[in-house]
Design a binder for this molecule. Sequence first.
Ligand SMILES: [Zn+2]
Ligand SMILES: [Zn+2]
Length: 351
Amino acid sequence: MKAVVLHKKMDLRWEDVPDATIKDPHEVIVKMLAGGICGSDQHYYTQGGNGTAIVVREPLVIGHEGCGIVEEVGPEVTKVKKGDMVVLRPARPCFECYYCKHHMFTYCEHVQHLGSAALFPHTAGLFSDYVTVHEVQCGVVKHLKPEVGAFAEPLGIAYSGVNALGNIIGKDVVVMGAGPIGCLCAAAAKTVGANTVTVIDVRQEPLETSLKMGADIICNSKDNPEQIEKWSEHKGSFDCGIEATGNGFAAATLMKLVRPTGIISQVGMYGAGHEPKDFGPFAVKGLKWHSVFRFYDEFGAVVGALDNGLINPLPLLSASFSGDKCVEGMQAALSPETMKVEYTFNGYKPE
Ligand SMILES: [Zn+2]
Ligand SMILES: [Zn+2]
């Protein structure tokens, strides 16, 4: 079988890898159909790692967003069967550490995350003809297209961000950032009952896309800084906010926009030097800041939202490339013109 393998920085190849096998009785082999290229996959490609701590030390099959069909199941698998279409969650907890025993799976000390160089040997990812996963990583779907199913992981992050806000029924929510995650946060917030969702960004095209994903109000803060000032008056205009940029400047703005005692959910990851510097409003408004790291329990909501068509992520899909065109696909993903780019496998072609 073949896979998209990162050898080192800027060296990505579609090449032969050993066949997927079942080693644990709870494992499943999935025939992949579609997989989404995430920001972290782009970091692996451009930097040979993810952040400063995670460096690729051996060839790594990248990818952690994907959808496929169950090809084979281990003897003790009960949750899926051969022929099921499944969306995949990248995290496989150990189920034994302190955090797993306390149902804090996202903080598992020994978690294996698909397509990650955090452990050695590295954990192979989903950009492959076939993959081996634990049955708990599979969500069975019946109605959706594979290119939709590949959005399960980023939508999981979005639901995790919304979940951190608590009950938002009837609340006015502001989202900083109209990238794929910001747009999915907007969509997720609408499905759980937000009164209004406002999305703020400095780029017009993604803002227009966020409207298709369910945003009620958009604001280009570069073209219209007056609006940001207006929303900051009277100690803020929103009940709660989601930070989906990983940019400290946006976070500082968000602290001004959210009313006293509101919750800010931190979904974006700060690169070194991009952390927020101005905590002035935070100190005097009784704000609660809830960081979000990956997702676990939200997976069921994600599977339902995608499979029932409650959320249609396709306005975010800019292009698809077959796995053998992995470099072209990665370059397209890196272009500022695109939102989400996907790979396809086993000859699957989106309509
Ligand atoms: Zn991702
Ligand atoms: Zn654990």
